[in-house]
Design a protein around this ligand. Structure first.
Ligand code: SF4
Ligand code: SF4
Length: 227
């Protein structure tokens, strides 16, 4: 910012103005004081004002506002949730939507979770609580040595970041499309394993969109077309 001869570099507000108004302002300020009135050769004040970037940008502003006005007269498209048709009550989802989690099963119906705690370790909100237990010949829950006897997710704290899904070595935990998790009772937002478990074998359960409880009250067990 060297405007030698004007002393502008020493005046903070002038420096800001010069930075904002760019080359035209610099050209004006580099004139001798006697020429700044506008009558002398160089860049008169009136020319400088006309060349101000804000005036130059009027066309851009008008263009932007034209889009606003055009959109004002377009038909309004809203999702009629929760009064829409179907079990989703009119809501629509992208396939990548991260809703409440689903604990998946393998092709034999066994739980995929092997209680390795990696999801809990990677959770930035510290909202996954797991208690592990050993499988036995008489009581086999997962295909590995251990299974999650308790698996809770506290949806008061979950930020749906997906880190737990990324960390899971067995693809046991995924995001479903469950989204109605608002509640007046915070204790109801601690989902237990029974609420998170996929209701069917993995080759179908991997695509399940709602957990067992939600399916029980009418939610689709398989993806709805267009959801
Ligand atoms: S989505 Fe993120 S915050 Fe929620 S349980 Fe998984 S890791 Fe934790
Ligand atoms: S959900 Fe996956 S990462 Fe979490 S304990 Fe089970 S197997 Fe490990």
């Amino acid at each position: 910012m060297g405007f030698q001869g004007t002393g502008s570099a020493k005046i903070p507000w002038l420096r800001i103005a010069l930075a904002a108004h760019g080359r035209d302002a610099r050209a004006y300020m580099n004139l001798r004081p006697s020429r700044r009135a506008g009558s002398a050769p160089g860049v008169p004040l009136s020319v400088y004002l006309i060349r101000m970037p804000v005036l130059k940008n009027i066309a851009a502003i008008a263009k932007g506002m034209s889009i606003t006005f055009r959109e004002m007269f377009q038909p309004t498209i809203v999702e009629n949730y929760p009064d829409g048709p179907g079990p989703l009550k009119g809501a629509k989802f992208q396939a990548r939507y991260r809703g409440t989690h689903v604990l998946q099963r393998d092709e034999n119906g066994l739980e995929k979770c092997v209680a390795c705690f990696l999801c809990a370790a990677n959770c930035p909100s510290n909202c996954i609580y797991i208690e592990a237990a050993e499988n036995t010949a008489e009581h086999r829950v997962s295909g590995a040595e251990r299974y999650a006897k308790v698996y809770n997710i506290d949806y008061n704290r979950c930020i749906f970041c997906g880190y737990c899904v990324e960390a899971c070595p067995t693809d046991a935990i995924t995001h479903g499309h469950g989204f109605e998790v608002a509640s007046f009772n915070v204790s109801g937002l601690i989902y237990r394993k029974e609420q998170l478990l996929a209701p069917m074998p993995a080759h179908m359960g991997a695509n399940a969109v709602f957990n067992q409880d939600e399916v029980g009250v009418g939610a689709p067990a398989l993806p709805v077309q267009g959801s």
